[in-house]
Ligand binder design. Structure first.
Ligand SMILES: Nc1ncnc2c1ncn2[C@@H]1O[C@H](COP(=O)(O)OP(=O)(O)OP(=O)(O)O)[C@@H](O)[C@H]1O
Ligand SMILES: [Mg+2]
Length: 404
């Protein structure tokens, strides 16, 4: 996976000229952002909590003792942080002690700014990839297998992300037969999952933001609201005024911490490619990219796919064409050619789907419920689940194209 979007870097360094060089190097690369500099280990530990650094670059000269315990202390506070150690005149054994303790990179001084930047990027990307593989490759059948995050995204609004996210969540819940599917409304501004599922709640994502790192089952039970299908929904905040101040990294951490509580966490994203969208796309185990067979939707998608490098090009990504056949007469072939990617699943026009049926108290097999799309959502759910369900791990790891 490519490390697109700003990687948050915290630097522990004692020499002012090296701090200035590091700052200049990071400012010169839009994919990285310096979130703080400190000159001793105690301040590093303080800052880790408040900056949500993705990467901590720590220099040996700023540590109060040996490198091993220092790296372990960082990781005990911030297990998802990627630690890189720097140092000059390095004594034998230090590199291996740093790496054994969990450091993901080592940079000898003096170094060039481009080496500084590329070491951070490479270490972080490799670290993310390792985490992703660890999630997917957990031993089948273990109860500790964390839940999979499924992001539903389109860079063009109104193409059906919310419809697909809700119907997919219901289809996954039917598949797993338990209350193990979360549907999280990450369209913080105009989220309408509550409307789609006909649910109301006084609680929302905002209630979890003050409990990052301490989300337990009781809190999940309180804040999520249950739909008749078994899907548990986390609604967007009612109060629009609070939205601009919501820290995207904090939201992403909340989503990550839902993993032990659910088998699937389906996230409905807004179309804007901002920090929260990027953070969710980066952490997702599956990305459902939605398009309709219309030029504006295709054009936006092509732009975003090329602007984000590998982020939307890897195996995690499933391209879904909604509302096919479309009125504009663009064929599936033309979509595939234009995007350079095959369509993995299609949803028919008028395929508003199975939540509609359930909300109206009908069986999803009821013709009146316009549930013809039920079959395509079931297929999409099967496709998403490949490689994510314990029993499927040894059979296949990659999504395979489906017909609908
Ligand atoms: N396959 C479909 N057939 C017919 N109507 C559909 C289909 N998919 C979605 N719609 C309708 O299109 C409208 C937009 O869908 P939806 O809200 O799911 O899109 P969205 O991408 O989430 O939009 P937004 O950018 O507003 O969040 C809704 O009225 C929905 O019922
Ligand atoms: Mg929507």
């Amino acid at each position: 996976m490519d490390s697109i979007g700003p990687i948050r870097v915290l630097v522990l360094e004692t020499e002012p000229n090296i701090i200035a060089n590091a700052r200049a190097a990071l400012e010169g690369d839009s994919r990285l952002v310096l979130v703080g500099t400190v000159s001793d280990q105690a301040s590093l530990m303080d800052k880790l909590g408040s900056t949500y650094a993705h990467v901590a670059v720590i220099d040996l000269a700023g540590l109060r003792g040996d490198v091993g315990p220092a790296v372990r202390e960082v990781l005990a506070h911030a297990p998802e942080c990627c630690v890189i150690v720097t140092g000059s005149n390095v004594a034998p054994g230090i590199v291996s002690r740093a790496v054994t303790a969990g450091a993901r990179g080592f940079l000898l001084k003096p170094y060039q700014p481009e080496d500084f930047v590329s070491t951070i990027r490479d270490a972080y990307v490799n670290f993310q990839e390792l985490r992703r593989l660890q999630r997917i490759e957990r031993v089948p059948g273990t109860t500790s297998r964390p839940g999979a995050v499924i992001a539903v995204y389109s860079p063009k609004g109104g193409v059906g992300c919310t419809t697909i996210a809700t119907n997919l969540a219901v289809a996954l819940a039917r598949r797993s037969g338990k209350s193990t599917v979360a549907l999280v409304d990450l369209d913080l501004q105009f989220g309408d999952i509550g409307i789609a599922l006909d649910l109301k709640s006084a609680n929302s994502l905002a209630d979890l933001l003050n409990h990052v790192d301490s989300i337990d089952q009781q809190l999940v039970d309180e804040v999520f609201v249950k739909h008749a299908s078994g899907v548990r929904a986390l609604l967007a905040p009612e109060n629009l005024a609070s939205v601009p101040s919501i820290d995207p990294d904090r939201v992403a951490r909340v989503v990550d911490q839902l993993r032990p509580h659910f088998q699937y966490i389906v996230c409905d994203l807004w179309s804007s490619l901002e920090d929260l969208t990027l953070a969710t796309l980066r952490m997702a185990d599956r990305v459902i990219l939605v398009t309709t067979p219309e030029l504006p939707a295709l054009r936006n998608l092509r732009r975003v796919m090329s602007a984000t490098g590998l982020l939307l090009q890897d195996d995690r990504t499933i391209l879904v064409a909604n509302r096919v056949p479309g009125k504009a007469g663009i064929s599936l072939n033309e979509i595939e050619k234009g995007l350079g990617r095959s369509i993995a699943a299609t949803i028919p026009s008028e395929g508003v789907g199975i939540t509609d049926a359930i909300n109206r108290g009908m069986s999803i097999f009821d013709e009146r419920a316009r549930a013809k799309a039920g079959g395509s959502y079931r297929k999409l759910a099967d496709l998403v689940a490949v490689g994510l369900e314990p029993a499927a791990v040894s059979r296949a790891r990659r999504p395979v194209p489906a017909t609908s």
